[in-house]
Write a protein that binds this ligand. Sequence first.
Ligand code: ATP
Ligand code: MG
Length: 422
Amino acid sequence: MGLQALRGTTDVLPNDVTRWSAVEHTARRLARLYGYQELRTPLIEDAALFLRSVGETTDIVQKEMFRFEDRGGHEIVLRPEGTASIVRAYLEHNLHKTQGFVKLFYLGPMFRAERPQAGRFRQFHQLGVEAIGSDAPWVDVEVITLCVHILRECGVTDAAVWLSSMGCRDDQATSAQLLRERLQPDLAKLCKECQARFEKNIFRVLDCKHPTCHEIAWKVKGSPFVLCDQCQADFDTVRRGLTAANVPFDDTKVFARGLDYYTRTVFEVRAKGLGAQDAVAAGGRYDSLVEDLGGPHAGAVGFATGIERLLMAQTATAPAPSRRGLYLAIAQSTLLQEAFRFVQQLREQGVIALMDYDGKSLKSQLREADKSGCRFVAILGETEMTQRAITLKDLEQSSQQTLPFDTFVATVAQQAKSRECH
Ligand code: ATP
Ligand code: MG
């Protein structure tokens, strides 16, 4: 058996790249439409960043980080998520001083040492946005609306938004105490990890993947979070805002986010037909993270969507791509140089241009032209050389025309551009 890609990692082959780039393109376009700017951070970070942000009792830190020591003995981590890195960059480059409120997005691979299964990988890709430097609940509304907008335009039409508020840090202390009291009778039935976290991080039970814990958590009727007046008022604004933006949501579900930095608004988007891994996107507010990482107070809210899961959740299929470019077939290999000259000129004019270099028969070149999805086909042979003119076939319009050599390139370029979106 030859070498294979590691378990939990995948090659995206050219055919699938079309769907990937359509999603990336839509996401970037919509993020910019809402005023978010792209920020690219490194794939490796200091391990301490995630210990201090994501939290020591979370699944990510306890068992999912790819962590290693470099030759100098520094603890390095392959980034498991985007928010911590974005906040680090925000502070490192003083964006809190120069810009105050910033709206950023990112797109790229994340790494988690999880057990690979459908919809769960070790290298996966996230698109995320972060709005940092505002406590206004309308920013939550904007972020959730953008998330739903991106999913919808990417063809995920069967998705439900679960919405909740975990309250501020003070509220969380009260809620944790109440939740402990409610779960106390079932303590012995919880999985070992949840038992260990019972004192330290009781909310983890609500997010635990263990079936028994899940069942116990669902016995908790109503929201397990008590909210102070301010958090309650903000949560009401978020709900009113989403209603105004026409974004349906379900605020009756019991859930908490599995990362420690979340406060107040949290949400998850679940898609039908994804089986156990049905969360396509998730996010919320993290009002203490900037301070926890050494910055000033800066309220913040964001979300991340898993691109692999988004692709799995697509219900609306994208229309087949239209035919593009030109294939120049040659009747004999002595014409290679002449043909290459045309092909190169077309490329310089922005027209996709293909040809064969291996001396294939005319028949197989034409077969290849059809397979390659080219819109135009032209054949260069002895007759064309003598007449200094070439016949251009338009496979989309089922038409053909004969063009003199000196206007061939310009005419093809003009026709290709007038009817194709480059
Ligand atoms: P889950 O509950 O499925 O483990 P999570 O709470 O760990 O998800 P987040 O950290 O909130 O997920 O990441 C946001 C999104 O990234 C998820 O909703 C999902 O779409 C995607 N995602 C997370 N982990 C993976 C993974 N291992 N493989 C593929 N996609 C993932
Ligand atoms: Mg997870």
